[in-house]
Design a protein around this ligand. Structure first.
Ligand code: ADP
Ligand code: ZN
Ligand code: ZN
Length: 742
């Protein structure tokens, strides 16, 4: 060990679930002094000889390893000269790894684009573009009289002398490739390789910006006063109250200070419409990060942010890890949205990370919502967060009235009550749009034999199969398995299988029968699975090509439908008595969001909720738009029961192929938990749906009102759990601050 100080040891994080780091010797030809933390290094890993190794990230150089030097392997290859993860970013990621008790290698690698994980160079990828040449004729040249498509494309190329991508050309004309090849033959156009850059700015909107109301002015000035310092704001404003307008004014200031704005949006709220709204408002470079990007596009967006070339970065959950050399503000829109919590692998909350980033970068963080999470409201109470309230809709729009349709004993036509059908009829007569919510896709959630009562179950889960009429299939919504629709009962060979209950497909069909002249559009995960379909459907709604919309939760957020005046909620009841301690909070959020879709422009809106419990206090509060009163009530209940946000919670989940294995493992893990005052352990219990995708599941809940105490216990306990003997197929995971308790 004598000479170890002279040659340094590289401590490397690898993308493996093991909660540890790995030590290696530097390659002989490279001086360790030239290696910076955050670079990628290929190292030998595992047993196979032909193994080309694994890519890891250098965390630090150390003088001594826990292993003897002759046991250390030597690195294979250094991939970068400059870090792909800056020291500042490494520190944040290491913090997250410790807080969520998750493998540091997994955390680091999940924060970088796939192409970097695979070892591609960290430089802006290129793509084909087509550029106009000086020899091209002008659009009114007689030689083009019979070629309107060429004229169209030439004009666009003229306006974009740097060239247009395939994506952009496709928007001009579906058959652009043929047209372009003809123009290349004529020597008018050339194909070039260009870097993928930020989104080109739209034509800057000529409509004047709205004059802010007093509440917006106050919100903007409070945040502006906190630029360049850490401060969390809860922008609490009903839907349509002008929160986005507040974001815009703050972003303008940030951008004019040469700083970057990071804007997080829930997965389903990030639409072409929203991006266009940003593009027509800002002339600075904007880049977007979401799950629909190709690997190349993602790398390019990430690098543009890292190199400071993008001023505004808009993205979904994982965009919270985007490196920013000059951060100015982080905005989390719809902060209560569950899509901010990753539900598998590295289970982080992007909203919570936003706050930690703001604190480390000394910048303001704005959490916006019409229905703030109890976590954020509690932070307001504890003065960790400043409450900015926008109490009314911006401009002349008013909140729609929320009313209940008592469906006890009512006659329903496939789930639709008479009064609701009448309301839809009236709405159509007025040439307005109606929006109906049912959070269940498919035709019916149950298929039953009319003769013997047999019910179609999933072979792999404790769940029913959903009938999808369009596809003539029965599908499991839990494991994704599917089978052809049966023609007879497997038990009694009876030939009459009947659908029980309704999904969006059936509601759509019923409406088609009731309103044969209406144009009806169904929006759910099935109907929008093709890329671009959602945006196409939203455009149809905006162009008034639709009379009745039937949708799932997907439609509840963020969208602005000026002509929707009637909103119907078909299935509020099953959430009133949900099993999770957050079900009431979620129902309140959903109904408030849904109501926010109606009457957002000059036409007043109405919301009708079908329910068997019209007098339920939660529904009554919602009808009065008393979300804050309801939140107070829920807070009191949580405080009484010592549930989050008044306690920190951790869930350890396990699943195995053999029944009982998960429970046995969790019982064993529980015995390793030291008895400490202030730490409570509940369970283990089997999951509500015990078998899913062929695996039996169980869970153990640990919680404490003292976060630090809980985390110190976990630090000691988790290594013991890792070392426990387990059946080979048992999987277990840890969820810190879980969103769901099943
Ligand atoms: P939110 O994000 O709270 O749902 P938006 O910022 O999208 O609300 O505003 C809703 C609508 O009201 C938009 O069309 C917006 O342009 C308009 N708006 C916002 N602020 C004002 C204002 N002060 N005066 C008039 N219209 C406004
Ligand atoms: Zn039968
Ligand atoms: Zn299943």
């Amino acid at each position: 060990m004598a000479d170890s100080s002279s040659c340094g040891i590289l401590r490397i994080a690898l993308p493996v679930p093991l909660r540890r780091v790995f030590d290696y010797l530097p390659p002989a030809e490279i001086s360790p002094n030239n290696l910076k933390p955050g670079i990628r290094i290929r190292v030998p890993f595992g047993k196979s000889k032909e193994n080309s190794g694994r890519i890891g990230i250098l965390l630090e150089m150390v003088v001594q390893s826990t292993l003897d030097k002759d046991q250390l392997k030597t690195c294979l290859e250094v991939l970068d000269t400059e870090p792909v993860i800056s020291q500042k970013q490494l520190d944040l990621l290491k913090w997250a790894s410790a807080y969520y008790h998750h493998s540091v290698g997994d955390v680091l690698f999940s924060s970088i684009p796939t192409l970097l994980r695979q070892g591609q160079p960290a430089k802006l990828p290129t793509t084909s573009a087509w550029r106009i040449l000086p020899s091209a004729p002008s659009g009114d040249d007689p030689c083009l009289r019979r070629a309107p498509r060429q004229v169209e494309i030439l004009e666009c190329l003229n306006q974009n002398p740097k060239g247009l991508s395939a994506e952009a050309l496709k928007k001009i004309s579906a058959g652009w490739r043929n047209t372009i090849s003809r123009m290349i033959e004529k020597g008018w156009v050339e194909e070039v390789e260009t870097e993928i850059t930020c989104l080109p700015a739209e034509n800057q909107s000529t409509t004047s910006q709205p004059v802010l109301n007093e509440h917006q002015i106050r919100a903007v000035s409070e945040v502006s006063a906190a630029l360049n310092q850490f401060q969390v704001f809860l922008l609490d404003g009903v839907t349509g109250s002008g929160k986005t307008e507040v974001y815009f004014r703050v972003i303008e200031k940030v951008v004019s200070n040469q700083q970057q704005a990071l804007v997080l949006i829930p997965e389903i709220g990030l639409t072409a419409q929203l991006i266009d709204r940003f593009r027509s408002r800002f002339s600075c470079p904007i880049t977007v990060l979401h799950s629909g990007l190709s690997d190349k596009e993602r790398l390019s967006a990430w690098l543009l942010a890292q190199e400071g070339k993008a001023a505004i970065i808009i993205g979904t959950r994982s965009a919270i890890w985007t490196p920013l050399p000059a951060p100015g503000v982080i905005i989390v829109d719809e902060e209560h949205d569950t899509s901010y919590k990753q539900q598998d692998g590295f289970r982080y909350s992007a909203r919570d990370i936003a706050i930690v980033r703001g604190q480390r970068d000394k910048i303001p963080v704005i959490l916006g919502s019409a229905t703030p999470s109890l976590e954020s409201l509690n932070n307001v109470r504890q003065n960790k967060c400043q409450h900015l309230i926008l109490p009314e809709r911006a401009g002349d729009a008013v909140q729609p009235a929320i009313r209940f349709l008592d469906i006890r004993n009512a006659e329903l036509t496939n789930g639709l009550s008479r009064p609701l059908i009448k309301k839809i009829k009236d709405c159509l007569k007025d040439n307005k749009q109606a929006l109906l919510f049912l959070n269940r896709r498919g035709f019916s959630p149950v298929m039953m034999c009319h003769h013997c009562g047999w019910i179609a179950n999933c072979r792999h889960c404790d769940a029913n199969l959903t009938f999808h009429q369009g596809a003539r299939q029965m599908r499991c919504h839990h494991c994704g398995s599917q089978q052809r629709m049966l023609t007879e009962c497997p038990d009694c060979q009876g030939s009459e299988l009947i659908p029980v209950g309704q999904g969006t497909e059936q509601i759509t069909q019923t409406l088609e029968e009731l309103f044969p002249d209406a144009r009806i559009l169904r929006i759910d995960r099935d109907s929008t699975s093709r890329k671009g379909e959602m945006d196409r459907m939203l455009a149809m709604i905006h162009n008034n090509e639709v009379d009745i919309l039937v949708g799932t939760q997907m439609l509840s957020k963020g969208h602005h439908f000026p002509d929707v005046t009637l909103v119907g909620v078909l299935d509020a009841d099953n959430r009133l008595y949900g099993a999770d301690f957050r079900s009431t909070e979620r129902l309140a959020q959903l109904i408030t969001q849904v109501a926010g879709r109606a009457g957002r422009a000059e036409h007043p809106g109405e919301v009708y909720i079908q329910t068997h419990h019209p007098d339920h206090p939660v529904l009554q509060s919602l009808a009065r738009y008393d979300f804050s009163g309801l939140a107070d009530q829920l807070m009191a209940e949580r405080s009484e029961a010592m549930l989050p946000p008044f306690a920190s919670m951790v869930i350890i989940r396990a699943e195995a192929i053999r029944a009982g294995d998960a429970m046995t493992f969790l019982h064993g893990a529980k015995t390793q938990i030291p008895t400490i005052d202030g730490i409570e352990v509940w369970g283990p219990v089997v999951a509500q749906m015990e078998r899913r995708a062929g695996r039996y599941r169980a869970q153990l809940i640990i919680q404490s009102t003292q976060r630090q105490l809980l985390h110190r216990m976990l630090d000691d306990w988790i290594p013991k759990v890792e070392n426990m003997k387990k059946p080979y197929n048992l999987r277990w995971s840890l969820d810190v601050d879980p969103q769901d308790t099943f």
